[in-house]
Structures are given as structure tokens and as C-alpha cells.
Design a protein around this ligand. Structure first.
Ligand SMILES: C[S@@+](CC[C@H](N)C(=O)[O-])C[C@H]1O[C@@H](n2cnc3c(N)ncnc32)[C@H](O)[C@@H]1O
Length: 285
């Protein structure tokens, strides 16, 4: 499973390593990070101690935001590649104060002592295959939270009323060529929706990204898409499977885990509608 997230995948997301810049949409941009920050600060109740944040994955934008907002920081990812590539994207002195756990999210309770005020993640549940596994991870995360704590996630989903036919790869390509989609809007939509008909199984809710990217390689070789267009699409590449739920199923899952949630979609970027940030709090406290 780890090989899905390999060095090539991590490197593809980097726009400029010396400036610590990644491509938006695959990574949360400044507007999204502000939303995470506002939600995160609303989950800290006890001003008498430093609040604690747990980042699921090694997403540098989330780790930098949490450290700058004054959180004690724990980050957890099972991939040694992710840790070695992104570890030093957090600047000193925050970097030496961060605790990085190399391990699976499903057993974090064994490695973390004391409560967490905010759990942050970008695209976490897409990596978790199966509804039962979703439920188990939600329960594990809830068990780590202090009273009043929150779980804040950018979650790719099929929004209610989503016009999937407008996101077919050739329709997206036409819109991109007409200047109606930015690189990020085009690249991420091509990954998640462009090949839905062939690569997404509505019974399992799994998108097979290998099918998606093999097809785009074929389109490049056949000169249907240009090398530049292919390069933009490759910024979002992934070889594994992603679980993508409908908004209704995702929200029912949160509610049945005992979570209340807030989700205020941002405006201005196409993916804000299908990759919104959820702020979840445990209802019984
Ligand atoms: C959370 S997503 C982050 C994607 C995000 N857009 C980014 O690039 O920052 C991907 C990360 O999750 C990690 N991961 C996936 N499943 C995991 C699991 N069960 N336990 C720990 N880490 C996991 C992968 O190793 C990968 O580094």
C-alpha cells in the first residue's frame, strides 16, 4: 500500500522546492489554510496551556500553519519517503519541536499520550478503503480528542447534484483550452472525474488512479493531449485507489460517528465545491 505514495508522487506535487511551494488543489492553498486555521482556533478552549495539533500525513502547509498558530505539533505518516522529503519544509525552531510518528493512523492511540485539541488532514479518508474502515478510523481519531476538540479535513466527495457529465475528460480539455479552467482546476478534475466512466466503481466507491493515468499516457502518445497538458495532469498523479463517497454518505458517516460538522464551501476555484474543508466536533461532550 505504501508504494501508492512513492517518491514520484510526492515530487510531482512540488512546484518549487527551494521556495517550499507546491501546486494548489493537490495541496491546500492559502485560502484553504486560512479556513483550517480559523476552524482550528475555534476548537481550542483551554487558554491555560499550549493547544496540541495532530496532522495526519506530512502535509507541509498544515504543519506550518499549526506551528505558526501556536500549536504543539505531532505529525503522523507511514511513508518514510514522505517524511524525508517534507520533514524540513517546517522551519526552525518549530521543526525541532515537532514530533513525527512514522506509523499507521489506525494505531495512533498506542503512540500518543494525552489529548489532542485539533486533528488536521488533507485528503485523509480517500486513502481508507471501505466504509467499515472509515468508521474505525473516525472512532480512533475521536478517542484521541480532548473535550471540545475538532477534526478538520479537506475531503474529496461527490457533491449533491454534481454534474458528472461536465467533468468528462474531453469536456474538461475543451474548457481548459478555452481558458475556462486554471491548471489546478483542470489537473485535479482530470484525476478525480475525467475518467470516472472507466475508472470509478460506484459499488465500491473506489477510483482506480492507475487506469486514469494509463489512459492519459495513451492520450499523450496519441497526441490527443499535448506534453504540456500531460505535465499539468501529472501534478496530481497517483497509482493507487481512492475511496470517493457521495456527500450524503460522507455526512451520514460523520453523524453516525457522533460528530457535528461545519462546512462552508469557499468560492472562486472549481474544486472548492468537491473538495471542501469539514470541521467536525464530537457532539457528546
Ligand atoms: C494524507 S494524504 C496527503 C495528501 C496531501 N494532498 C499532501 O500531499 O499533503 C497522503 C499521505 O497519507 C499517508 N497515508 C495514507 N494512508 C495512511 C495510513 N493508513 N496511515 C498513515 N499514513 C497514511 C501516505 O503515506 C501519504 O504520505
Amino acid at each position: 500500500m505504501c508504494s501508492d505514495w512513492n517518491e514520484e508522487v510526492y515530487q510531482s506535487r512540488i512546484n518549487n522546492a527551494s521556495q517550499f511551494l507546491r501546486f494548489e488543489a493537490a495541496s491546500p492553498n492559502a485560502e484553504e489554510i486560512k479556513q483550517y486555521r480559523d476552524y482550528a482556533l475555534s476548537c481550542t478552549r483551554d487558554n491555560s496551556r499550549q493547544p496540541r495539533a495532530l496532522v495526519l500525513g506530512i502535509t507541509p502547509e498544515l504543519r506550518c500553519m499549526a506551528a505558526a498558530a501556536g500549536f504543539e505539533l505531532i505529525s503522523a505518516d507511514r511513508s518514510p519517503d514522505a517524511i524525508s522529503i517534507y520533514q524540513d519544509w517546517l522551519q526552525e525552531p518549530a521543526r525541532s519541536q515537532e514530533k513525527i510518528i512514522r506509523g499507521d493512523w489506525t494505531v495512533l492511540g498506542e503512540q500518543i499520550s494525552g489529548g489532542i485539541d485539533v486533528i488536521l488532514g488533507d485528503g485523509v479518508f480517500g486513502n481508507i478503503h471501505g466504509l467499515e474502515s472509515h468508521r474505525e478510523l473516525l472512532q480512533e481519531l475521536i478517542s484521541l480528542l480532548n473535550p471540545g476538540g475538532g477534526i478538520i479535513l479537506r475531503q474529496a466527495l461527490i457533491p449533491r447534484g454534481f454534474p458528472v457529465e461536465d467533468y468528462e475528460s474531453m469536456v474538461l480539455l475543451e474548457k481548459y483550452r478555452a481558458g475556462q479552467l486554471s491548471d489546478g482546476e483542470f489537473g485535479l478534475a482530470m484525476r478525480l472525474w475525467g475518467m470516472s466512466r472507466l475508472a470509478y466503481n460506484p459499488d465500491t466507491c473506489l477510483l482506480d488512479n492507475k487506469i486514469v493515468y494509463d489512459h492519459y499516457e495513451f492520450l499523450r502518445q496519441s497526441a490527443v493531449i499535448t506534453p504540456d497538458e500531460h505535465e499539468v495532469i501529472r501534478r496530481y498523479c497517483f497509482a493507487g485507489k481512492n475511496m470517493i463517497l457521495s456527500q450524503d454518505v460522507w455526512e451520514e458517516m460523520l453523524e453516525s460517528a457522533g460528530l457535528e460538522f461545519e462546512m462552508q464551501p469557499l468560492t472562486g476555484k472549481d474544486w472548492y465545491g468537491y473538495y471542501p474543508v469539514y470541521c467536525c466536533r464530537h457532539a457528546v461532550q
